[in-house]
Design a protein around this ligand. Structure first.
Ligand SMILES: [Zn+2]
Length: 259
């Protein structure tokens, strides 16, 4: 089966591949949410995936957008959210990664992503990945000369059970080469003494599986943290408000020592 490339991946009446919230916000924090939505471009139909599967965590980060929006408001921060499903293209994977456009996610096959030719892959990158990251870059560009310096907070959520294994952490703090903000936030969360806090759990940031932190944080010297919240804690308004409140309280404290 060879892939067919639709003339336009996104039609004029479909949302942009980024949502910018509070573009003029004044705080040093720049929030992003790579997996905010589960929208599919109409040109791609359902990707050959059953509707129930497209509601699951494989398609998006459940609750992460709502926490990001509330956190942005509380911190007076700009937030950039990506509304299309990660099954279209994963905005937190390098384009060269094998699962940039996943053909299987957990145990679900994504038939329409199989045997894509280079034109079809390039179209997804050009239409969704690149414009989203250009907006994130621009938001940081606009704040690079500010004092204190901008801080990138990359917001995600994780499934409580993955391949039958329960994950104990309520929240994970993820970082790689630059641990300034990560270590500070980790210490503050653990000092609350209320929940298991993951140190680079359930994932660690690396160059192979991450794009946002390496590209916009590490390469630019922008202090940053990637945050993963367990989805069952933020699948309700109460949980979303609670976790946005916790982070809005602790992030400025964690960032205070960073000039
Ligand atoms: Zn995510």
């Amino acid at each position: 089966m060879s892939s067919t490339v639709p003339p336009e991946l996104l039609r004029a009446d479909e949302p942009a591949p980024f949502q910018i919230v509070q573009p003029q916000a004044r705080s040093r924090f720049v929030l992003c949410c790579d997996h905010a939505g589960r929208r599919l471009p109409q040109a791609l139909g359902d990707l050959g995936v059953a509707a129930a599967e497209l509601q699951r965590h494989i398609a998006w980060d459940i609750g992460a957008a709502e926490v990001s929006l509330r956190l942005a408001e509380a911190l007076d921060a700009v937030a950039i959210l990506q509304p299309y499903s990660r099954l279209v293209i994963d905005c937190n994977r390098p384009l060269i990664a094998e699962d940039s456009i996943a053909t299987i996610s957990e145990d679900t096959e994504i038939p329409a992503n199989k045997n894509l030719d280079s034109d079809a892959k390039a179209q997804r990158a050009k239409t969704i990945f690149e414009p989203y990251h250009a907006q994130l870059q621009a938001a940081l560009d606009a704040r690079m000369n500010q004092s204190p310096s901008p801080i990138l907070v990359s917001m995600h959520s994780f499934t409580p059970v993955y391949r039958g294994v329960a994950r104990p952490w309520a929240i994970g703090v993820l970082y790689h080469r630059d641990a300034r903000l990560g270590h500070a936030l980790l210490a503050l969360l653990r000092a609350e003494n209320q929940w298991p806090v993951g140190d680079n759990q359930p994932y660690a940031v690396d160059d192979e599986h991450d794009y946002t932190v390496p590209q916009h944080g590490e390469k630019r010297g922008v202090a940053h943290v990637e945050i993963e919240i367990r989805q069952d804690l933020i699948d309700s308004t109460e949980g979303q408000t609670q976790w946005a409140g916790i982070l809005a309280r602790l992030l400025p404290v964690a960032a205070a020592a960073i000039p």
